[in-house]
Design a protein around this ligand. Sequence first.
Ligand code: ZN
Length: 397
Amino acid sequence: MFDEHVSRRVSSDTRRSMLKAAGDGYFMGGRIPFGYAAIEDGKRRRLAIHAGEAATVKRVYDMSLQGHGVKVIAMALNDAGMLLRGRRWAKNTVNFMLSSEIYCGVSIFNRTTKRVLNSPELWIRVNSHPAIIEPEIFNQVQSGLETRRPERVGGIPRSMAVFAGLLRCGQCDGALTMTNGTARNGTRHHYYGCCTHMRGKAKCNFKNIRVDEFDPWLVSQLLDKVLTPQTVHNVVLEATALGGQWARDRLLRRESLVRDLRDTEAKRGNLYSVLELMGTDAPNLADLGPRLKELNNRIKQLEQSLLKLEEEPTGPLDAPELEIEEVTGMLRSLVEDCMDPKKLRTFLGSFIEKATVSGDSVAVFYNEGRMMSLGGSAVRSGNKWLLNLGSNQGPTD
Ligand SMILES: [Zn+2]
């Protein structure tokens, strides 16, 4: 996360040139979207309309305008043999095509950060290639999709519950599971409820709690406990130390490459001197040719290794000084603004063993050792990330 933040700061120049290239109509790589083909343009490529595939795209938009749902469209295409580059269409592939601004000639950059969706204000739209669908048609289709979308309960789908599977009932230790219910004012919501209570078997009178209120509250409470100035200070210290170690290693590698290069150049220089001085009288003249070639190859290799080293991404050490407050805000927003509940659930589940809800308090049991591990790559730390309480308690409101 730290690296990501730093590289976002230092890569703004790279991004600017990438956006400019896209604005100039160059294809920035990746999978070629259905409906298009990539054509060579000098050393780069551009997207051009693929007539055959574009006909399928138009058919999909036409059918959607006529009010057909994505499932019907998928079946119609499959029946007509208008396949997705040999594969059958499914609901989600049709839905993706109907929602993608690619077909209006727009490329969107900065949509995700490390595969997590950014909020739409951060997206950057560039007109980068010919459109297959007129913007007006595209917008009409979007409102059609919106009205046909099944009504959502309580504003969030079931999959949004970030603590699903981690919560226990404080009265009977039963698992809390997701359930739907109606609030006093008549609106429908998702709730966490005790499975024992719902089965009505044991004497448990757990009161259901609203998911959309509980989740952000507990996330915020957890962050308050974790992101103390002292903890964040330690994070910055460690990251800087790691960056320092990395920079020292790099310096050593560079020095050794340069030394090798100078040595080899000196040897080649000697050979040239011998040739200049003695010409065809030079001893072992027949050996000099291959030897020179060998040295030249070695020099080329070393120069390439040096270039590669220069092109390596710069580490945190090269970053400007980071303020504790800035880092705290960055880490906090990374978690709170995470648009991918599955990812958030995986993250929380990686160190939370369980959270027991009793009355108006929640006890969170966590594994301190796994606190700072993300996506399988653990950051080993000599520091204590949290006070070793075994649990953190906080009152609910
Ligand atoms: Zn219970």
